[in-house]
Design a protein around this ligand. Structure first.
Ligand code: PLP
Length: 398
């Protein structure tokens, strides 16, 4: 078993250690929630100040041209593309993941008009499945089928997450994509829990969506991204036919005419201030070797699992290659356990009904952090520190 000195030595030899200084982390906190809201990059405050004071303050409405606000959804999409194995002109940034799911699944359904089945995963993050239900209702006559039924042969589209938000289990993207497409369906991947945590390759997928506020540290409410495989650019329709996806938004024509290429998937006015924060985060990501991120992520999650041992029942896959960058454990009193842990400076989160969830963002979490977090968790369990009644009171956001 590793001791703390050995963890400190691993941190000193870590090829990613320089990135820790890129992030603002409060003293005395081990932040294992980077899979929900990534930590603040140090450079973000200055970039947002510039967007507010220099661009908005000085340029006023001229910022749309002078500061590049108008093209930001595409320029930032191009900068994000390498993180998901996509090329330039294939990714647009904006809206939320929920909205991007609606766009992707609707466009995919329309590309397979003779089929009336949308396959989704009831265990997926609820918004994915909710958006599919709403869309099926809007389209009328569609069946929403759970992926557990394992039948794609009459499906128009299959929507799945690469990494399960609860257990951290990771799908085999190439083989699932191949199976779905061989059955004649289109594949939509949700990358919310994989982008920024590992190398991602969407090049075979039909569509992909994801958020930028988790591992990517784009900031609270940072816009989502939508990838559309170039083979669909000519035929795929954006059912959210807003003016920014029009061929000539400033012609102010009465009839919608879609733009060529990925720009047709833009909807309305971009969230300029949020995009400024995302841009600062991408300045960091452009220098990050993702193979090293994945290697460190697997080492951190394995270390945490080893240290916790059999004190808790593991909900994540035991094999590191089959996991994302998070570890979950079952505990019948998971909520008060997590509150007691947070009070002691170790931040994870709780997911109903009984999961303790810990995310490991390799750019700012080190081996000694993992050691300290595991020992604190073991102490909370051993001494039953979670039994104090103040830990049982539920907050709105868990
Ligand atoms: C975090 C997450 C979302 C978030 O959707 P929003 O519309 O950005 O709130 C959606 N799907 C999955 C799988 C997620 O993990």
């Amino acid at each position: 078993m590793l001791d703390r000195d050995r963890c400190l030595a691993l941190d000193a030899a870590d090829p990613l250690r320089e990135f820790r200084d890129e992030f603002v982390l409060p003293e005395g906190t081990v932040y294992l929630v980077g899979n929900s809201l990534g930590a603040l990059p140090r450079r973000t405050a200055e970039r947002v100040r510039r967007a507010v004071e220099d661009e908005w303050g000085r340029e006023l409405v001229g910022g749309w041209n002078a500061a590049g606000w108008y093209t930001q959804p595409l320029t930032l999409g191009d900068r994000l593309a390498p993180l998901i194995g996509a090329g330039p002109g294939q990714v647009v940034v904006g809206n939320s993941t929920s909205i991007a799911i609606h766009q992707a699944v609707a466009a995919a359904s329309r590309l397979r008009p003779e089929r009336r089945v949308i396959v989704s995963d009831v265990r997926n993050f609820p918004t994915d499945h909710y958006m599919v239900q709403g869309l099926a209702g809007l389209l009328g006559g569609y069946e929403v089928r759970d992926v557990a039924e394992g039948r794609f042969d009459d499906a128009a589209v299959v929507l799945l997450a690469e990494v399960d938000y609860r257990t951290g289990a990771r799908q085999d993207v190439p083989s699932v994509t191949e199976r779905v497409q061989a059955a004649g369906a289109l594949m939509v991947w949700d990358l919310c829990h994989s982008v920024g945590a590992m190398e991602v390759d969407v090049s075979r997928a039909d569509f992909a969506v994801g958020c930028t506020y988790k591992y990517l540290s784009g900031g609270p409410g940072a816009p989502a991204f939508l990838y559309v495989n170039p083979r669909h650019h000519a035929a795929a329709e954006n059912v959210l036919s807003g003016w920014h996806g029009h061929a000539e938004p400033f012609a102010f024509e009465p009839v919608y005419r879609p733009a060529e290429g990925i720009r047709r998937f833009a909807v309305g006015t971009p969230h300029v201030l949020s995009l400024a924060a995302l841009e600062a985060a991408l300045d960091v990501w452009e220098r990050v070797p993702m193979d090293l991120v994945r290697a460190k992520s697997m080492a951190l999650t394995s270390l945490f699992i080893d240290l916790v041992g059999d004190a808790l029942k593991l909900a994540a896959p035991a094999d590191a290659a089959a996991r994302g960058s998070q570890v979950s454990f079952h505990h019948p009193d998971g909520y008060p356990v997590m509150r007691a842990l947070i009070e002691r400076g170790v931040h994870g989160d709780f997911r109903a009904p009984d999961l303790l969830r810990f995310g490991f963002a390799p750019l700012y979490i080190g081996y000694a952090d993992v050691y300290d977090a595991a020992l604190t968790l073991l102490e909370v369990l051993d001494k039953e520190l979670w039994r104090d009644e103040r830990h049982a009171r539920r907050l709105a956001v868990t």
